[in-house]
Design a binder for this molecule. Structure first.
Ligand code: FAD
Ligand code: 2HG
Ligand code: ZN
Length: 464
């Protein structure tokens, strides 16, 4: 093992590795502190060649590698196991924007590029990278692609998968697979890059990506809406999609309980309404700065009883304040304490049924559980999180958590949905993958894993 360690250190050079415990600390757990591991060494390569040399050396010794981006993941996918034998591979020093091709509406970035930096680079070239999530100041493009991240703009632009034109990936034997093309059409055989999107570091290490860009949508109009029921929010979405000619950039649903947590735990957070509403929708529309367009559409929807109140941001500062409320939810929920995270999706046409039956199901399962529901309702994706009574012991919490999650996931399954809409599987949801995707789907996933990583050195213990 010492020999391997020396070899790895030599590959990345001074400043490219760490075994210092204080330095390692934030890389051995994740932001909620639920998963914790140990590592042989944390490596911080600067180039694809270095990543390839690291993987080759680890493959020869049968030592496992855990790729880590910004470590903002929700499912413990970037946390090593407790053996102390796994290598943490941080991509953060590979952070260049390689180029922005404005004419081709594409950009090439290193995998360790922080999402917000990639967005800025696109903007400077007069283009728009639409991927937008609360963690965008920390998460990295490689992590976004490895988790097939969703976020605020999926309805209009798709998930990370839809934005990937090409990838450069280091395979489990150190081979560099160069599919870094910037083409919108390419039917030359299987679309291999798609295998790595959403594979959470288990099939290859993403070192660079070519991303699809869009015209800058220009000034957005932002509004926070007061809504009587979650079901009405789904009707409202259908109504506004037509009225606004599909110019809805984001459509986020938040319950009063959730914003209650935000105003309690986040400094200077307050809602712009005099009274509380059971539900809220935060909407961004590409109206070219003409707020009248949004105002007219909202007035018509209000006349049809789909919303009861609305505050339209008058300027960028007010819009940013509204978005700060939305982006603070995860942090507020974390400060409130443990929650069962259910990152579910159902077809939009079944969303109202899910919301109604979900309430009933939860009441049957545990009348004293508290629902913390919010999310990207326009994509059929809700964070249907549940807080169990605080006086449960850890074993009781675990057993009850599993029972409650199963009840909710069974309903999701019945409605043709998914137990994992945008956060992935990691180590948190492996058993659910076996349960809800068992049979030919899981078998094919296992065969792919065996083919691409026969020695199981790429992020073992995650996903499958
Ligand atoms: P990490 O957490 O470091 O890693 C995630 C997984 O990808 C791990 O399995 C890791 O091994 C693998 N991985 C990382 N980099 C690579 C690579 N280069 N090659 C191969 N595998 C790799 N997610 C959403 O989808 N939508 C949201 O709206 C959203 N909001 C969030 C808000 C907050 C406040 C937080 C904390 C998280 C949020 N997330 C959201 C979750 C998280 O930010 C995303 O999953 C993000 O895509 C993870 O990126 P990362 O760079 O932090 O990856
Ligand atoms: C979001 O939509 C993220 O804000 C996080 O996906 C969800 O914390 C969560 O449960
Ligand atoms: Zn989300």
């Amino acid at each position: 093992m010492t020999t391997l360690l020396e070899r790895l250190k030599a590959i990345v050079g001074p400043g490219g590795w760490s075994t210092d415990s204080a330095d390692l600390e934030p890389h051995l757990t994740e932001w909620r502190g639920i998963y914790r591991g140990r590592t042989l060494v944390r490596l911080m390569p600067r180039s694809t060649d270095e990543v390839s040399a690291i993987v080759t050396a680890c493959a020869e010794e049968g030592v496992a590698i855990v790729p880590q981006g910004g470590n903002t993941g929700m499912c413990g996918g970037a946390v090593p196991d407790t053996s102390g034998r796994q290598v943490v591979l941080s991509l953060g020093r590979m952070n260049r924007v390689r180029n922005v091709d404005a004419l081709n509406f594409s950009m090439e970035v290193d995998a360790g590029c922080i999402l917000a930096h990639a967005q800025d680079a696109a903007k400077q070239a007069g283009r728009y990278l639409p991927l937008s999530i609360g963690a965008e100041g920390t998460c990295q493009i490689g992590g976004n692609i490895a988790t097939n991240a969703g976020g605020m703009n999926v309805g209009r632009y798709g998930t990370a998968r839809a934005l990937v034109l090409g990838l450069e990936v280091v395979l489990a034997d150190g081979t560099v697979l160069n599919s870094l093309r910037s083409l919108r059409k390419d039917t030359a055989g299987y679309d291999l890059k798609q295998l790595f999107v959403g594979s959470e570091g288990t099939l290859g290490i993403i070192t660079a990506a070519s991303l699809r860009l869009f015209p800058d949508p220009g000034a957005l109009s932002t509004a926070l809406l007061g809504i009587e029921s979650a079901g009405k929010a789904v009707d409202l979405l259908g109504n506004l999609k037509v009225a606004l000619d599909d110019r809805i950039e984001s459509f986020e649903l938040v319950s009063q309980r959730v914003f209650g947590l935000v105003t309690r735990f986040i400094a200077d957070a307050s809602l712009p309404f005099q009274i509380e509403y059971p539900w809220y929708v935060l909407i961004d529309t590409a109206t070219g700065g003409d707020e009248q367009v949004l105002e007219n559409a909202l007035a018509a929807a209000a006349a049809s009883g789909l919303l009861v109140d609305a505050v339209i941001a008058k300027n960028d500062r007010e819009a940013a304040e509204l978005w700060r409320l939305r982006h603070s939810i995860s942090e507020a929920e974390r400060q409130d304490g443990k929650a069962l995270k259910h990152d579910i999706s159902v077809p939009l046409s079944r969303m109202q049924e899910f919301l109604a039956r979900g309430d009933e199901r939860l009441a049957e399962l545990r009348a004293d559980a508290k629902l913390v529901a919010f999310g990207h309702v326009g994509d059929g994706n809700l964070h249907y999180n549940v807080v169990l009574p605080r006086d449960l012991s850890d074993p009781e919490w675990a057993a009850e958590g599993e029972r409650v999650s199963r009840g909710i996931y069974d309903l999701v399954q019945e409605l043709g949905g998914s137990f994992s809409a945008e956060h992935g599987v990691g180590q948190a949801k492996r058993s659910w993958l076996r349960e809800y995707r068992g049979g030919p789907e899981l078998e094919l996933m296992q065969q792919l894993k065996k083919t691409l990583d026969p020695s199981n050195i790429l992020n073992p213990g995650k996903v499958i």
